[in-house]
Design a binder for this molecule. Structure first.
Ligand SMILES: NC(=O)c1ccc[n+]([C@@H]2O[C@H](COP(=O)([O-])OP(=O)(O)OC[C@H]3O[C@@H](n4cnc5c(N)ncnc54)[C@H](O)[C@@H]3O)[C@@H](O)[C@H]2O)c1
Length: 429
C-alpha cells in the first residue's frame, strides 16, 4: 500500500513508525504533508531511506498536487480534528481510502460532508479507535456479548483525566470548540465509541451539563499565580505553577513544537488558566440507547488520578471494571499504576462477587496500539477479529453523535434527540 500522511505532529509518529519499521515489507510512505515546514522536514528526515532522495514532502496548500504526483492508495489523516473532514473528502474524491485519527470530525455539517462523500465515492475510512483493542476492554466486550450478566439495562461510566494529561487539552488547539468539538467530542469519542461497541447499540437521546470550573483565571489566583503570563515559556510565575509545561526541557517537545513555532505561531504551552478558553472541564451526560439501555457518564479533566470506572447492570448481575492508569499529581508525585490497577469484577445475582483475571499486553494505550496497527497494516497476519473492532465512518459517526448531542444539550438546556438532529441536517448514516 502506498501511504501519504497528512499532519506530522505528535500522533503521526505511531503510523510513521509502524509503516517504516514493523510493516516496511508491505507498505511504503510515499509522501508527507503538513502546514508547518519545520515539522514537515523533521518528519521527512525520519522517514527517508538511506541512499534515496528521501520522501516527498508537501505543504498543506499542495495536497492536491501530492495526490496527483504520488498517487497514494491510502491517506492517513492526523491533523487537528476540525481539518479531518476536508482531507477525508478530498482523499475520497481522489480515489483514496483513509485512515483517520479520532474523532472522525467535530460537528454535523462536516459529518454530512464525509457521509455524502463516502456514499458518492464508495471509498472507506478507518477510524482508529485504539481503546477497543486494549485486552482489558476486549474482555468486557466478550463478557457482555456472551450474556454473562444477561441483558444490560443501565451503565455508570466515569472517566478521570489527571492534571497533567487533562491540562494538555487547555494549552493548544483543543481548547476551542471550533477546533476540537470540546472534550465531549474530542476525548469522549473514545468513551462513547466503547459504549456503542460494548452494548451493540446506538444512542438516541442525550441530556448533558458542562462547565469550566478548574482551568480558569480564578484558579490561578487561588494558587497564588496572579502575575501569570500568556504562555509557560515567558511566564514570570512558571516556577511556581503546578501545571507548567517546559517545552525547552523536553527533547521531543522542543524539536516538534518549540523549534517550529516561528513558522506559524502554534504555541504548545499557552496558559491553561486563560479566560478565552471555550471548552468545559466538567461534563456529565445522561444517554438513552436504541436498545433501551441508559447510561450516566462523567468526564473531568483535573482529577487527582487518571483512569476509568464503569459499572454495567444486567438482568443476571453486574460487571464492575476499574482501571487506575496514573495516581497522584502535583507535589512531584505522578506514578503510573502497576498492572494490578486494572480490575474486573463479575457479580452474579445470588453469588459472591468474583475478581476475573484481566489479560495484559505491552505497548502504548494499554497494549491497544500494537494490536490495532496489526489489524490495519497486516490483517492477513492476524486472527479473524471476532470482536468486530475495526471502525468505519458509521462507527466513527455514532461515536461523535453522543458528544455533538451533548454539546447541543448543554447549549439549549434540553434533551436532544439524535435522529431529529440528523433529519434536520439530512444526514443518513
Ligand atoms: N487515538 C489517540 O489515542 C490519539 C492520541 C493523540 C492524538 N490523537 C489525534 O491525532 C490528531 C493529531 O493530534 P496531535 O496531538 O498529533 O496534534 P499536533 O498538533 O501535535 O499535530 C497536528 C499536526 O497537523 C498539522 N497541521 C495543522 N494544520 C494543517 C493543515 N491545514 N494541513 C496539514 N497539516 C496541518 C500541524 O502543523 C501539526 O504538525 C488529532 O485528531 C487527535 O485527536 C489521537
Amino acid at each position: 500500500m502506498k501511504i501519504a500522511i497528512v499532519g506530522c505532529g505528535s500522533r503521526h509518529q505511531m503510523f510513521r513508525d509502524a509503516v517504516t519499521e514493523d510493516y516496511a515489507d508491505r507498505h511504503e510512505i510515499v509522501a508527507l504533508c503538513d502546514s508547518n515546514p519545520h515539522r514537515l522536514s523533521e518528519a521527512a528526515k525520519l522517514v527517508s531511506k538511506p541512499g534515496t532522495n528521501g520522501v516527498a514532502t508537501y505543504l498543506a496548500g499542495d495536497f492536491d498536487r501530492l495526490i496527483t504526483e504520488q498517487r497514494p492508495d491510502t491517506v492517513v489523516v492526523a491533523t487537528p480534528d476540525f481539518l479531518h473532514a476536508d482531507y477525508i473528502v478530498r482523499a475520497f474524491e481522489a480515489g483514496c481510502d483513509v485512515i483517520c485519527e479520532k474523532p472522525l470530525t467535530i460537528d454535523l455539517s462536516r459529518l454530512k460532508m464525509i457521509v455524502d462523500a463516502q456514499a458518492r465515492t464508495g471509498r472507506q475510512v478507518k477510524v482508529t479507535f485504539n481503546y477497543r483493542y486494549s485486552p482489558a476492554r476486549t474482555q468486557i466486550k466478550e463478557l457482555i456479548s456472551s450474556g454473562a450478566i444477561g441483558t444490560v439495562t443501565a451503565v455508570d461510566f466515569r472517566w478521570h483525566l489527571d492534571r497533567v494529561h487533562g491540562a494538555d487539552y487547555f494549552r493548544r488547539w483543543h481548547r476551542q470548540k471550533e477546533n476540537s468539538g470540546g472534550l465531549l467530542v474530542h476525548k469522549s469519542t473514545h468513551h462513547f465509541d466503547l459504549l456503542n461497541w460494548w452494548l451493540g447499540t446506538v444512542p438516541t437521546e442525550v441530556l448533558a451539563s458542562g462547565r469550566r470550573v478548574f482551568y480558569r483565571p480564578e484558579t490561578a489566583v487561588e494558587m497564588g499565580l496572579q502575575n501569570r503570563g500568556p504562555r509557560c515559556a515567558i511566564c514570570p510565575v512558571a516556577e511556581a505553577c503546578p501545571v507548567r509545561l517546559d517545552l525547552a526541557a523536553d527533547e521531543k517537545l522542543r524539536a516538534l513544537y518549540l523549534e517550529a513555532e516561528h513558522e506559524d505561531g502554534y504555541f504548545r504551552d499557552l496558559c491553561v488558566f486563560d479566560e478565552e478558553i471555550g471548552i468545559e472541564d466538567t461534563m456529565q451526560a445522561h444517554i438513552r440507547y436504541a436498545s433501551g439501555v441508559t447510561a450516566n457518564y462523567t468526564l473531568t479533566a483535573y482529577s487527582p488520578w487518571e483512569g476509568l470506572e464503569i459499572k454495567f447492570q444486567g438482568t443476571k448481575g453486574e460487571i464492575t471494571h476499574r482501571h487506575v492508569e496514573v495516581h497522584g499529581v502535583f507535589g512531584g508525585v505522578r506514578d503510573h499504576a502497576d498492572d494490578d490497577a486494572i480490575t474486573t469484577e463479575l457479580h452474579l445475582a445470588g453469588e459472591r462477587p468474583k475478581m476475573l483475571d484481566v489479560p495484559k499486553a505491552q505497548g502504548s494505550h494499554g497494549g491497544a496500539d500494537p494490536v490495532m496497527l496489526g489489524y490495519i497494516f497486516n490483517p492477513e497476519g492476524m486472527e479473524p477479529d471476532k470482536y468486530g473492532r475495526a471502525s468505519d465512518h458509521v462507527a466513527g459517526a455514532w461515536s461523535i453523535l453522543t458528544g455533538i448531542a451533548a454539546n447541543a444539550s448543554i447549549e439549549s438546556g434540553s434533551l436532544v434527540n439524535i435522529q431529529s438532529m440528523l433529519r434536520a441536517r439530512n444526514i443518513r448514516i
